[in-house]
Design a protein around this ligand. Structure first.
Ligand SMILES: Nc1ncnc2c1ncn2[C@@H]1O[C@H](COP(=O)(O)OP(=O)(O)OP(=O)(O)O)[C@@H](O)[C@H]1O
Length: 601
C-alpha cells in the first residue's frame, strides 16, 4: 500500500504533464526522459556495481547511430533497426567491460574515457556515419498509426520505456543480484570469498550499461531524427556524470531526479552554456564533499546526524542457539596442504608447509607475528596462488582455484580485519552469503522474474532463522559500521555459516573480544564443529586455543615446527624457542594444563 502511495502520484503527474506544457517545454521533457534512462544505466554500473564507466555516452551513440545507419543506409524499418541497435549497444558494453576484468578504479575510468573518445572520433571521421555533419532524415517510428513526429505522443512512448527500465533497475537493485553487485562495489575480495563470481558480475554491470545506453539511443534517434557527433561527446558524458552524482549514484530514483533536475538547469543556462560546465563541476564537488550520497541520500544523512547526537548504538547481542549436532561423526580428510611454498619476491612466507586436517576437527594454527598463518589461509581460500605445492579439499585438488569457486566447494572464511559490507545491512550481509546460486542464473531476471522473487523470499526466511540463531535480532537491520566490535565479529561468523560450509577458516576470531565474549565464541565454534563442519582457527589467545582446539599446528618463519595435541605442542622446545622475544604470550605448561582441564569438563 505504501509503495502504491509512493508510485501513483508521480505516475499520474507524469501522465498529465503534456497538458500543461507548450511545444518547446515538451521537447525539453522528452530529452530529460532520455537522460533519465541513461542516468539509470550509469547508476546501475557506477553507483550500484562500483564500475567507473565513462563510456555510457558512447553506448548511447552506438544505439542512435545504429538506428540512423540501418534505417537511412540499409533501408531497414525503424523497429528492426531499433532492436539491432540495442543489441549493438549491449555488445559495446561487453567489449568495454573486458578491461574491467583486469583493472579497476581510475585506471578503468581512463580506459572507458578513451573508448568514448575513440567512438566520437570514429563517427566524426567515418563516411558511413556521415562524418561531422551526421545523418539526418531518419524515419518517424511507426506505431499503430500514431503520429510519433509529435513530441506530445512520443513523450508517452518514452514514458512507457522509462517506466519499464526503471522498474527493471529497481527490481535488479533490490534482488540477490543487486546485493551481489553492491557487495562487489564495497569489497570485491570479500564478495569473491562469499561466492560472487566477480568477472561475471563486472560484465553484467557493463551489459546493463549498454542496454540502457542503447534504449536511450533508440529513443533519441526516434525523437530528434538526426544524429551528429556533438550529441555524444565528452561534455555530455560529464553532464550525465553530474546527474548521477548529484541525484545519488547508489539510488536509482536519485539518478532520475538528478537527470530531470540537471536537464532543466541546462535549459535555463542555455544562454550561458560556457559557464554551465563550470557550474556543474562546482555543484558536483560540493555534493561529493557534503552529501556523498547525493540528493537521494540527504534524508538518511539528516537522520543519522540526529541519531549521532543522541549517542551511539547500544545494541545488545541475544543468546546463541546451538546448531543441531550432525547425526554421524564426519569421516575422511577435510583439508590437505601439501608442501605449499609462497614467496613474495625475496620473502618466503610459507616454506613447504604440509598439514592434514581430518573432517570434524577444530584445528588451531598458531605462531609468532609474521609466521605465515594468514598467508596459509589466503592460499587455502584462493586469495593467493601458491608458488609451489598443492591444496586438496576432501581429496580433490583445488590448487589455484579462484575464491568464488572454493566458496562454492564449501570453504568459508572470516578475516583478521573484519570485512563486513558496510553499506549493506546485517541482514543483507547474511542474505548475500545464503545465496548459493551461480551468477549465470541471472537470465531468470528478465525472463522469469517471479522465480527470482520466490528465491529471494526463501533466502529471507533462512536469514531470519540464522539471525535468531546467532542472537542478532536487535541489529538485523543496522549497518555493521554502527555496531560494537564484538557484535561485528559475531555477524562475520554468522555470515560464514550462512554459506553452509564444509570447511570454516577463522582468522583471529577472538581479536578485540572481552573475556565473556571469548567464552561465548568458544561455545559457538564447538557447536559449529558438532554440526559437522571442520574448523581451522588462527588465534593468538592461547587460553582459547588450548581449550578449544583438538589439534594444533605451529608455524614459525613460514615452516611447521610442531603439530600435535594442544598440551604436547605447548611444551615443545621449538615452540617455546620460537615464542621467545615475541610480544604475544607463549603457551605454558600451566595454561595448557588448565585449558585441557577446562576442555575435558
Ligand atoms: N601480499 C603480501 N606481499 C608481501 N608480503 C606479504 C604479503 N602478505 C604477507 N606478506 C609477508 O609474509 C609474511 C607472513 O605474513 P602473514 O600475514 O601470513 O603472517 P601472520 O602469521 O598471519 O602474522 P600475524 O599474526 O601478525 O597476523 C610477513 O612477513 C608478511 O609481511
Amino acid at each position: 500500500m505504501r509503495r502504491l502511495i509512493r508510485i501513483v502520484p508521480p505516475a499520474v503527474a507524469a501522465w498529465f504533464l503534456p497538458y500543461a506544457l507548450g511545444g518547446y517545454a515538451m521537447h525539453v521533457a522528452d530529452v530529460a526522459i532520455i537522460f533519465a534512462i541513461l542516468a539509470v544505466g550509469l547508476g546501475l554500473t557506477m553507483g550500484v556495481a562500483g564500475q567507473i564507466n565513462l563510456a555510457q555516452v558512447a553506448f548511447f551513440g552506438v544505439g542512435a547511430y545504429t538506428v540512423a545507419i540501418l534505417t537511412t543506409g540499409a533501408g531497414l524499418g525503424f523497429w528492426t533497426a531499433a532492436a539491432l541497435a540495442v543489441v549493438a549497444a549491449v555488445v559495446s558494453g561487453v567489449l568495454t567491460g573486458i578491461p574491467a576484468l583486469r583493472m579497476q578504479s581510475h585506471y578503468l575510468g581512463i580506459v572507458t574515457l578513451g573508448l568514448a573518445l575513440a567512438f566520437t572520433n570514429w563517427v566524426t571521421n567515418s563516411a558511413i556515419a556521415g562524418r561531422a555533419e551526421g545523418i539526418s532524415d531518419l524515419p518517424v517510428p511507426p506505431l499503430f498509426g500514431l503520429d510519433l513526429s509529435s513530441g506530445y505522443l512520443f513523450y508517452y512512448v518514452e514514458l512507457v520505456v522509462l517506466a519499464i527500465a526503471l522498474a527493471f533497475a529497481l527490481f535488479v537493485t533490490h534482488s540477490p543480484l543487486g546485493r551481489r553487485l553492491r557487495a562487489m562495489r564495497d569489497d570485491d575480495l570479500a564478495a569473491g570469498a562469499l561466492g560472487a563470481e566477480i568477472p561475471l558480475l563486472r560484465m553484467t554491470a557493463f551489459v546493463l550499461s549498454g542496454l540502457y545506453g542503447g534504449l536511450a539511443g533508440v529513443l533519441y534517434a526516434g525523437l530528434i531524427r538526426f544524429v551528429a557527433p556533438e550529441s555524444f561527446n565528452i561534455a555530455n558524458m560529464f553532464l550525465l556524470l553530474a546527474m548521477v552524482i548529484i541525484g545519488g549514484r547508489a539510488s536509482i530514483l536519485g539518478c532520475v531526479v538528478g537527470a530531470v533536475a540537471l536537464s532543466l538547469v541546462r535549459e535555463a543556462l542555455l544562454d550561458a552554456s560556457g559557464y554551465a560546465q563550470l557550474g556543474y563541476g562546482l555543484v558536483v564537488v560540493l555534493v561529493v564533499v557534503f552529501a556523498p550520497k547525493g540528493l537521494a541520500g540527504l534524508p538518511e544523512q539528516l537522520r543519522s546526524l540526529l541519531r549521532g547526537r543522541k549517542g551511539g548504538s547500544r545494541a545488545q547481542l541475544g543468546a546463541f542457539r546451538p546448531f543441531e549436532p550432525a547425526p554421524a561423526a564426519a569421516a575422511g580428510v577435510a583439508l590437505e596442504v601439501r608442501e605449499v611454498t609462497k614467496r613474495f619476491k625475496g620473502l618466503v612466507a610459507l616454506d613447504e608447509v604440509t598439514l592434514s586436517v581430518p573432517a570434524g576437527q577444530i584445528r588451531g594454527i598458531v605462531g609468532p607475528n609474521g609466521s605465515g598463518k594468514t598467508t596459509l589461509f589466503n592460499v587455502v581460500s584462493g586469495f593467493y596462488d601458491a608458488t609451489a605445492g598443492s591444496v586438496l579439499l576432501g581429496g580433490r585438488d583445488v590448487t589455484g582455484m579462484a575464491p568464488y569457486r572454493l566458496s562454492q566447494l564449501g570453504v568459508a572464511r572470516t578475516f583478521q580485519n573484519l570485512r563486513l559490507f558496510e553499506d549493506l545491512s546485517v541482514r543483507e550481509n547474511l542474505l548475500l552469503a545464503l545465496d548459493r546460486t551461480r551468477t549465470t542464473w541471472i537470465w531468470r531476471y528478465p525472463l522469469l522474474p517471479w522465480k527470482v522473487v520466490a528465491h529471494d523470499r526463501a533466502l529471507h526466511r533462512r536469514a531470519a532463522e540464522l539471525i535468531g540463531r546467532f542472537g542478532l535480532d536487535e541489529v538485523a537491520d543496522a549497518e555493521p559500521r554502527s555496531l560494537p566490535y564484538g557484535i561485528q565479529r559475531r555477524i562475520e561468523l554468522a555470515r560464514a555459516m550462512a554459506m553452509s560450509p564444509a570447511l570454516l577458516l577463522l582468522d583471529e576470531p577472538a581479536a578485540g573480544l572481552n573475556g565473556e565474549e571469548v567464552r561465548r565464541l568458544a561455545e559457538i565454534v564447538r557447536s559449529i564443529r558438532d554440526s559437522g563442519v571442520t574448523v581451522v582457527i588462527i588465534e593468538h589467545n592461547m587460553g582459547l586455543v588450548m581449550s578449544l582446539c583438538d589439534h594444533v599446528t605451529v608455524l614459525s618463519s613460514g615452516k611447521v615446527i610442531a603439530d600435535g595435541a594442544p598440551a604436547e605442542v605447548a611444551v615443545h622446545p621449538d615452540v617455546v624457542a620460537a615464542y621467545l622475544g615475541d610480544s604475544m604470550t607463549a603457551p605454558t605448561e600451566e595454561t595448557a594444563e588448565a585449558a585441557v582441564e577446562e576442555a575435558s569438563r
